[in-house]
Ligand binder design. Structure first.
Ligand code: ATP
Ligand code: MG
Length: 366
């Protein structure tokens, strides 16, 4: 047979390579409350950057309402209501439904189906070893009464990711063990059946501080359940009162005393959020954070001045989000429409994967 045209073949090959190598970004949040600065630096900020760079084939962002129910069985209304809060946070932070697919996990029944198949590919002890789940079980005082769904959520999370053949998952450090389990399950599936699924990679924030942002109390992690959060939707007065009350350095009693920046939440936040431009605009005596740290460590810099700087840095970042949130709040039905359209698109993708999964498992009987 005669080749039709070299050019066409080339284009065809290019498309095939793109499909094989294609970058699919996927992440989500549990709609258990409004999003806070930890969510933002841990994952959301990166998603917006990736979205605007456009260097991917597909990008999915979802509200994990099914996962949220695993430790909120008695509070279904809380989850329902927070869908809209998280959607507003997404749009306020700059996610654009024209560029990425926003959807609600419960609307994609294929994920539940895939979870069922995945349950057989991982052992109870493997899930029990997961340090994040261990900590979360302790924090929730479940003791012996761990809901089955909560215990198994790393498995359903593997299905969330695999159903979309995601390659790249921007998330905080707490998600590393989840991604490890997901990769193992996918590998097992591909070995036993056929290589139809894709092993995902975590994409941690480049800024090390942002991988696990501490709370305003200086405790290990900013977390809704610990009540140590600054929310993306907090107004300027609320942010200032939270920043004023922030944990600093307990040994820094007088302004002239040398201060410590390690374990000092104000400096950790400045690490995660401030830019040289912030110094130029708000504290030109210092060119950058390193210079301020040097001066603080030497002594002579008051905590209040550092807190004022942080307050300015945070408000500069949050003000445009507040404005966008306010705009989007005017038309809530439109937000549900955005989520419906996104969920329709997501369902199509997941259904395609599931048909490949079933073919690989040879349970496509008819
Ligand atoms: P919380 O811990 O506040 O109760 P959550 O556990 O319900 O929130 P998730 O939906 O599990 O929040 O997390 C969503 C994303 O935000 C994940 O990628 C997670 O790594 C990231 N994240 C949450 N808290 C922090 C934090 N303090 N620092 C960095 N990333 C975080
Ligand atoms: Mg979590």
């Amino acid at each position: 047979k005669v080749k039709k045209s070299g050019r066409k073949d080339g284009a065809h090959l290019k498309k095939r390579i793109r499909i094989i190598m294609g970058k699919v970004i996927l992440t989500g949040d549990r709609p258990t409350g409004k999003l806070h600065l930890g969510h933002y630096v841990g994952s959301l900020r990166r998603r917006v950057e990736l979205q605007n760079m456009g260097d991917f084939d597909k990008m999915f962002v979802f509200m994990a309402d099914v996962q949220a129910l695993t430790d909120n069985a008695e509070n279904p209304e809380k989850i329902r209501q927070n869908i809209i809060e998280v959607a507003l946070d997404y749009l306020a932070a700059g996610l654009d439904p024209q560029k990425c697919t926003l959807f609600i996990q419960s609307q994609i029944s294929e994920i539940a189906e895939l979870t069922t198949f995945f349950m057989n590919l991982v052992s109870v002890s493997r899930v029990q070893r997961n340090p994040t789940v261990k900590t979360e079980i302790k924090m929730r005082n479940f003791e012996a009464n761990i809901p089955m769904g909560f215990f198994a959520y790393p498995v359903s999370q593997a299905a969330d990711i695999a159903a979309f053949k995601a390659t790249t998952v921007p998330a905080g450090e707490d998600q590393e063990p989840m991604l490890e389990v997901a990769r193992e399950i996918v590998r097992r599936f591909n070995t036993i059946y056929a290589p139809v699924l894709v092993e995902p990679n975590i994409m941690l924030p480049e800024n090390v501080t942002a991988r696990r942002l501490p709370g305003t109390d200086g405790k290990e992690k900013m977390s809704k359940s610990l009540g140590n959060c600054i929310y993306l939707s907090d107004d300027a007065d609320t942010v200032w009162s939270k920043v004023k009350g922030m944990y600093t350095d307990p040994t820094h009693l007088n302004v002239s005393d040398p201060g410590h920046v390690e374990g000092n939440a104000v400096f950790t936040y400045l690490d995660a959020f401030s830019t040289d431009q912030d110094f130029a605009d708000f504290w030109p005596e210092f060119a950058n954070l390193d210079e301020l740290k040097g001066a603080y460590t030497a002594g002579g810099i008051g905590d209040m001045k550092c807190k004022k700087l942080l307050n300015n840095v945070l408000n500069r970042m949050l003000e445009p989000m507040r404005a966008r949130r306010h705009e989007f709040e005017q038309d809530i039905p439109e937000i549900y429409q955005i989520l419906k359209r996104g969920s329709d698109v997501a369902r199509e993708t997941a259904a395609q994967t599931l048909s490949e999964v079933k073919a690989a498992m040879q349970i496509n009987y008819f």
